[in-house]
Design a protein around this ligand. Structure first.
Ligand SMILES: Cc1cc2nc3c(=O)[nH]c(=O)nc-3n(C[C@H](O)[C@H](O)[C@H](O)COP(=O)(O)OP(=O)(O)OC[C@H]3O[C@@H](n4cnc5c(N)ncnc54)[C@H](O)[C@@H]3O)c2cc1C
Length: 318
C-alpha cells in the first residue's frame, strides 16, 4: 500500500515507521530481521531501506602507483525490500538515487520494483562520492532529485524512455522525497531550499521525509515555511535517539544538524554510553510526545543498526 494511503487510513493517528541500512557486503540478512523483529509489535506502516552507491578506493601497488578500485559496501537494497514484504507483509520502501544511475539504469531499477509489488520509493539525489567534493551525475543521469521524480512520474503516466515502446504498463509508485528542517548543507538559504523542495513536489512527489532533528521547533517552523510556500503534501519527521557520546560530533558533522544546548549539556555529564543512551531515549520520548500531540503523520526513526532505544521510545508513545 502507498504511504499516502497509510496516512489517509490512519485518520489523523500518528503512524510508526523506521529506516534500516542493508548489511555490509558479506554479512547475512539476520541483523536486519533482528531489528525488524524487535520493532514489529508497534505495527510499522512502512520500513525504508537505504541505498548505498559505489565508493572509490585508491590502493597503493608495490611499484608505488595507485590502483583505483570501485567498491559497494552495502548492496542489496532491492533484495531486502522484497524479503521484508514477503516475510513481514509490511510495505518496504527502497531509496533510489540520482548518483551512480543513468536514466536507463533508473528505468530498469523501477521495472524490477514494480514487478516485485513495491508501491513506494524515496527519490534522492545522493551525496558526492567520498573522494569528490561536489556531486557529479552520471552521463545521461540526473543532477537533482526533482529530475528523478519527473522520470518516476513519467513511468507512473505510462511513459518510458524508449519512444518506440507502445502500450507501456503505467507504474503506480508513491514518491517520497527528502527535506532538511535545518537546510541542506549545499543550499544557499533555507528559503531557497524550500523552493527547490516545492519543485520536487510539483514534479510529482507525494510526501516528504525530513532529515533528523533534535529541536521540534525547527521542524514546526520548517513545516510552516513549506505550507506558506504552497507545499501541501505530508511532511514526516525523521528522528534519532542519541546513543553514544561520539554522536555529539558525528551527527552534526555527517548530517549537518545542530544539537540543542540542553541535550548537549546532559550528554556531556554522562559517565558512560549507557547513561547517554538513557538521556537520548528520554529526549526522544519528549520530542515524540509533542510531535504526536500536534498530529504529525508518522514518527519515522533512523535505526542506523540499533533498535533497542527505538523500542523503548515506541513503548512510551504507541
Ligand atoms: C530521509 C532521507 C533519506 C536519505 N537516504 C539516503 C540513501 O538511502 N542513500 C544516500 O546515499 N543518501 C541518502 N540521503 C542523503 C541525501 O542523498 C543527501 O542529503 C543529498 O546530498 C541530497 O539529496 P536530495 O534528494 O535532498 O537532493 P536535492 O533535492 O536534489 O537537493 C540537493 C541540493 O541541490 C539543491 N537544489 C535542488 N534543486 C535544485 C535546482 N533545480 N537548482 C539548483 N539547486 C538545486 C538543494 O537546495 C540542495 O542543496 C537521505 C537523506 C534524507 C533526508
Amino acid at each position: 500500500m502507498k504511504v499516502t494511503e497509510h496516512i489517509r487510513n490512519a485518520q489523523g493517528n500518528t503512524l510508526f515507521s523506521f529506516e534500516i541500512l542493508p548489511p555490509l557486503k558479506g554479512d547475512n540478512v539476520q541483523s536486519i530481521y533482528n531489528t525488524i523483529d524487535n520493532l514489529i509489535e508497534f505495527n510499522p506502516a512502512f520500513i525504508d531501506v537505504t541505498y548505498h552507491r559505489e565508493e572509490y578506493l585508491y590502493l597503493e601497488k608495490p611499484n608505488g602507483l595507485l590502483e583505483k578500485k570501485v567498491v559497494r559496501k552495502r548492496p542489496g537494497t532491492v533484495g531486502i525490500c522484497a524479503a521484508i514484504q514477503s516475510k513481514y507483509k509490511v510495505d518496504a520502501i527502497p531509496h533510489i538515487l540520482c548518483g551512480g544511475f543513468d536514466k536507463e539504469d533508473t528505468e530498469n531499477f523501477l521495472i524490477d520494483l514494480d514487478f516485485l509489488g513495491i508501491d513506494n520509493v524515496l527519490a534522492l539525489r545522493g551525496d558526492a562520492i567520498k573522494s569528490e567534493i561536489y556531486f557529479r551525475p552520471e552521463r545521461n543521469g540526473h543532477n537533482f532529485a526533482h529530475e528523478l521524480v519527473t522520470q518516476i512520474q513519467s513511468m507512473n503516466d505510462g511513459q518510458y524512455l524508449d519512444d518506440y515502446l507502445e502500450n507501456c504498463n503505467p507504474t503506480s509508485f508513491d514518491i517520497g522525497v527528502a527535506a532538511y528542517p535545518e537546510k541542506h548543507m549545499e543550499a544557499a538559504s533555507l528559503q531557497q531550499d524550500v523552493l527547490y523542495l516545492k519543485q520536487k513536489v510539483e514534479a510529482g512527489a507525494d510526501y516528504i521525509v525530513t532529515q533528523m532533528f533534535f529541536d521540534n521547533d525547527k521542524y514546526f517552523q520548517f513545516v510552516d515555511k513549506c505550507r506558506a510556500s504552497g507545499i501541501e503534501v505530508p511532511i514526516i519527521p525523521g528522528l534519532k535517539p542519541i546513543a553514544t557520546k561520539g554522536q555529539l560530533s558525528m551527527i552534526p558533522h555527517r548530517f549537518k544538524v545542530d544539537l540543542p544546548d540542553d541535550l548537549v549539556v546532559e550528554i556531556i555529564k554522562c559517565k558512560d554510553n549507557q547513561a547517554v543512551k538513557q538521556v537520548g531515549i528520554e529526549w526522544s520520548i519528549q520530542q515524540c510526545k509533542e510531535l504526536k500531540a500536534k498530529g504529525v503523520p508518522a514518527l519515522h526513526f533512523y535505526s542506523m543498526g540499533k533498535s533497542d532505544n527505538i523500542k523503548t521510545v515506541a513503548q512510551a508513545i504507541f
